[in-house]
Design a protein around this ligand. Structure first.
Ligand code: NAD
Length: 359
């Protein structure tokens, strides 16, 4: 029986090749006049191009976004926004840059226009994270949800193939867990399934030809759908594991999602058969492989890492502490993951550490 609450996030989405030409129109709609453009140091050139496009509306460029949104960068960017009397921030980049925009918006209420260039999906969520003294605090606040998101596949052409693959797997993870969310709804299920389908077909095409615009467009379309799922429904075991591994062991974000996903999906398979059936349908593997195996193969066959031991400095001995952190404060999950499941979670992490292909 269907039983759900549905509420759409109020984000305006402009999607398409060359969609950046609509930027001025979008800023008119928001009635903003002094814009601070944010990016990482590596994407400064893209930020400068956006700033040029704004003409007289550019207040400045702050190209100091870094991973994990350190509070120092937040204060510096916030002060810059104040000094320049900015009334809007544009965040062009991946989740780190969007995250900086969110941290500024949290304090100042400034509207964000997000121009995503990875598939992480942060632009579609009201979730923020700020790191202080080595601890990342996360929260949810509608003020940090971008007002407008411009998805232009041209801007993703420079995303290296390896990061394109892992970032796409990161997006798939949002949709996969959204399909068994306790607060799921039929619209999110449709978006999740379609998102997985689009990304799973785009990954091998981008691997084959990084400049394949059709595939880049499919991947960004999938990222939008999966990001919307992340922003609307609760996440479970997979995201808990990644939060612990990223936060406490400093493993890289997209890679850790890529490695963990097949194992988390395998762990939950029996407890969430309808979700798994939809994932299998989206991956077009009915009867040939399990969702977990197919996700592992999707990563492995496209050159992505499949073992935790290959993506950072975590050791086998660290797995016990990681397990403690997961089971002592678990997220809701379709299969129980409390202290009584310590051995099962430890085994899952051991398999992920060694890169075992789930059966
Ligand atoms: P990222 O933003 O850290 O980007 C990785 C690197 O790729 C950066 O150096 C960036 O400048 C570069 N890059 C991005 N797009 C590029 C392009 N098109 N061409 C060339 N270089 C490009 O990585 P990410 O995976 O997008 O984001 C990860 C961060 O986002 C994590 O901190 C994660 O916690 C956060 N996140 C938050 C949410 C949320 O809802 N709050 C959702 C997903 C991710």
């Amino acid at each position: 029986m269907r039983d759900f609450v549905y509420q759409a996030q109020p984000v305006r989405v402009v999607f398409g090749r060359g969609a950046l030409v609509h930027l001025e129109r979008e800023l008119d709609l928001l009635a903003v006049r002094r814009i601070l453009v944010l990016s990482t140091p590596g994407q400064r050139a893209q930020a400068e191009q956006v700033a040029q496009r704004l003409g007289g509306r550019t207040a400045g460029v702050y190209a100091g976004a870094v991973m994990h949104v350190p509070v120092e960068a937040v204060h510096e960017a916030r002060d810059e926004a104040r000094r320049l009397h900015a009334d809007c921030v544009i965040a062009i980049g991946g989740g780190s840059t969007t995250g900086l925009g969110k941290a500024i918006a949290l304090e100042s209420g400034l509207p964000i226009v997000a121009i995503p260039t990875t598939y992480a999906g942060s632009e579609m969520t009201p979730i923020y994270g700020i790191t202080q003294n080595g601890l990342k605090q996360t929260g949810k606040d509608s003020r940090v949800l971008p007002k407008t998101v411009i998805y232009d596949p041209d801007l993703t052409l420079a995303l290296p193939v390896s990061l394109s693959v892992t970032s796409a797997m990161n997006a798939i993870a949002h949709a996969a867990e959204g399909l068994y969310a306790r607060d799921g709804n039929p619209i999110m299920d449709m978006m999740a399934e379609e998102g997985i389908r689009a990304l799973a077909s785009a990954i091998p095409a981008i691997r084959k030809e990084a400049a394949d615009l059709e595939a880049r467009s499919d991947a960004l379309y999938g990222a939008w759908l999966c990001g919307a799922v992340l922003g609307n429904v609760g996440m479970a075991l997979h995201h808990k594991l990644c939060h612990v591994l990223g936060g406490s062991f400093n493993l890289p974000h997209a890679e850790v999602h890529t490695v963990i996903l097949p194992h988390a999906i395998g762990f939950n398979a029996q407890a969430a058969p309808r979700a798994i059936a939809r994932i299998e349908r989206a991956l077009d593997i009915a009867g040939r492989a399990s969702a977990a195996t197919a996700l592992f193969d999707l990563a492995y066959d496209n050159g992505a890492p499949v073992a935790l031991k290959d993506i950072g400095t975590m050791t086998r001995a660290d797995l016990a502490r990681a397990t403690d952190l997961v089971v002592s404060a678990p997220y809701w999950n379709p299969r129980e993951i409390g202290p009584a499941q310590h051995a099962d979670i430890h085994r899952l992490l051991l398999n992920a550490f060694e890169g075992v292909r789930p059966d």
